[in-house]
Write a protein that binds this ligand. Structure first.
Ligand code: HEM
Length: 212
């Protein structure tokens, strides 16, 4: 009998450890403890402008791909929301940190590999739709950010989140990848987590004086 574990579960289980590391990187821990300055959070959004710039330009290129295309939804696009949040925080000239440049470069590198693109798409968007909501709640509560700054986390246009996640997981399960390709996709998700962790690391280096 062939193994019955749906691919979405394999992805999730194989990357739980990486998720924990991302989640508990010093920058994230400090963010959740309310130990950062609002400017440090704004610098994270600045980094997003480059990451999503890359992700969404590759999304455009993937729209007609039979496997990756169905993952691309206009309602997921974050570019204009990131711009809105940056304007709210008064950031006029976003600058990428070195790890952000490496992350965006890797996303562009997989522009001709549908599985690689899906790995990066999954790591960001599914994370934003799920755990990102905790950050949206945190900003007003711990940082007094009100009247804006959280457009990035608004996925209400997607409809009910559980339904969207089911749809997304079904797409992962239906992708016609053999075991080798599935293994490569999982490896790329791990790599995507590591690239995110590296961005948090660079952010933490910059934030430390305010956090100390
Ligand atoms: C402190 C920050 C974070 C919190 C509190 C958090 C929390 C969560 C929660 C509660 C879920 C839902 C789990 C479930 O329903 O099964 C989730 C899923 C997810 N998170 Fe995070 N997360 C954080 C950071 C991150 C980061 C930095 C990334 C990647 C860049 C990420 C990527 C994901 C992904 C891809 C999923 C979907 C897993 C799946 O269902 O396959 N998360 N997160």
């Amino acid at each position: 009998m062939s193994e019955a574990i749906p691919f979405h579960q394999t992805v999730r289980r194989s990357t739980l450890e990486a998720h924990q590391r991302a989640n508990h990187s010093p920058f994230m821990d400090a963010l959740f403890d309310g130990r950062l300055a609002v400017a440090d959070y704004a610098r994270l959004v600045e980094q997003y402008s480059f990451v999503y710039g890359a992700l969404e330009s590759v999304s455009d290129a993937m729209t007609d791909d039979p496997v990756a295309g169905p993952f691309v939804h206009d309602t997921l696009r974050r570019g204009s929301r990131i711009a809105e949040d940056l304007a709210f925080f008064g950031v006029t000239d976003p600058e990428p940190l070195p790890a952000t440049t490496r992350y965006a470069a890797r996303i562009r590198e997989v522009a001709d590999w549908p599985g690689g693109f899906v790995a990066h798409h999954y790591t960001r968007y599914l994370g934003d739709v799920a755990g990102g909501q905790a950050v949206a709640a945190l900003l007003p509560r711990r940082y007094g950010v009100v009247g804006g700054g959280t457009a990035f986390y608004d996925f209400s246009a997607l409809g009910p989140v559980p339904r969207f996640r089911e749809h997304y997981r079904a797409l992962l399960d239906a992708a016609p990848w053999d075991d080798t390709e599935r293994g490569r996709v999982v490896d790329e998700v791990r790599r995507a987590y590591d690239l995110n962790i590296a961005v948090f690391h660079d952010l933490w280096d910059r934030a430390e004086p305010a956090a100390a």
